[in-house]
Design a protein around this ligand. Structure first.
Ligand SMILES: Nc1nc2c(c(=O)[nH]1)N[C@H]1C(S)=C(S)[C@@H](COP(=O)(O)O)O[C@H]1N2
Ligand SMILES: [Mo]
Length: 318
């Protein structure tokens, strides 16, 4: 997570303009396309975006003409931040090949009425049928557009039923130094990788549990078999290979807050106005493009999540 990495990004690939991969992003809202549309030669989303509303029905919204392209599968699966394996983004995919992602369980416990242990099959049965296409903006200044399979975390919360004391979710990644070479020997990080959300954030329909991308089960390098995707926050909040979620009363300390509290805060909302102490956050480079594009407030999802932060000084809540 240092600015040196900014200069070490992979050589840009040609921008894919294949008709089936072109979509028009709703700048402010996520796009959800019917599974199977892509690859059939149809233009995805056709100038419209569909967003699930809290009531469950789907609303179609007009796009402000912000054209985007899905980041190719090859880039999504070969350029990865997953420090348990390596801090070298290009090395993670190979090092993660022997990571055992089955069998696997996700336990959800803490301040809940009905603690539960979910298998990957349980999670798959909660899928939204649509793909969930979200921008992912790394705090380092690069970004991707990824079609996930998954569902809102609220579906898990509805099953475990947080009690009145629960205020936060604390997520934890598996800790297996035998299979994760980046954790062995000297490491400056306090493993396991931990992240957190407020309960209100987790109840937002965009807070996603993902188990697949591009219609395939997640590969190890992307956080198999189950990860978080929080598209309005910097990528490090989207914790991979989760084994435990605890409902807690106090704000959890994430791995990054512990490692560098002045650089990585609990909220970590994407905000072009608030620079990282060591670099600007005003622009980003979409993997596959050469030019930098402006970074959008809340990564473009302000209409969906902005109300979570009403009255909060986001300059102070990085
Ligand atoms: N457990 C764990 N989760 C993690 C990370 C990590 O190092 N370990 N890196 C984060 C960062 S910095 C980013 S940008 C995203 C990258 O996700 P991707 O490789 O699937 O694009 O994963 C996040 N989740
Ligand atoms: Mo990141």
């Amino acid at each position: 997570m240092d600015d040196r990495r900014l200069r070490e990004e992979i050589t840009p690939e040609p921008v894919y303009r294949r008709r089936h991969a072109i979509m028009r992003a709703a700048g402010v809202l996520p796009m959800i396309a019917g599974a199977g549309l892509v690859g059939c030669g149809q233009e995805e989303v056709a100038g419209q975006a569909v967003v699930p509303t809290p009531g469950g029905e789907q609303a179609v919204v007009a796009t402000p003409g912000y054209e985007e392209v899905l980041t190719p599968f090859e880039s999504v699966t070969s350029y990865n931040n997953f420090y348990e394996f390596s801090t070298d983004k290009d090395a993670v995919a190979k090092l993660a090949q022997s990571f055992k992602t089955s069998p696997w369980t996700l336990s959800v416990a803490g301040l809940v009425e009905k603690p539960q242990v979910f298998t990957v099959e349980d999670l798959a049965s909660m899928f939204m049928p649509e793909r969930l296409v979200f921008r992912m903006r790394c705090v380092e200044g690069w970004s991707m557009v990824i079609p996930w399979q998954g569902f809102p975390i609220s579906r898990i919360l509805d099953k475990v039923i947080p009690n009145g004391e629960a205020k936060y979710l604390r997520f934890e990644t598996v800790k297996r130094p035998d299979e994760m070479p980046g954790m062995r020997g000297f490491s400056p990080y306090a493993w396991p990788y931990v992240e957190g959300l407020t309960l209100d954030e987790a109840r937002n329909p965009l807070a996603t549990i993902a188990t697949g991308l591009y219609e395939k089960p997640l590969l190890a390098q992307n956080g198999a078999p189950v990860r978080l995707v929080v598209p309005w926050k910097y990528g490090f909040k989207s914790i991979k290979s989760i084994v435990k979620i605890e409902l807690v009363a106090r704000q959890p300390t994430s791995l990054w807050m512990a490692a560098a509290p002045s650089e990585y805060g609990f909220f970590a909302n994407v905000n072009p106005e608030v620079p990282h102490p060591r670099w600007t956050q005003a622009t980003e480079r979409r993997i596959g493009e050469t030019r930098r594009r402006p970074t959008l407030y809340l990564n473009g999802y302000a209409a969906a999540v902005g109300s979570l932060y009403a009255g909060m000084d986001l300059n102070k809540n990085f």
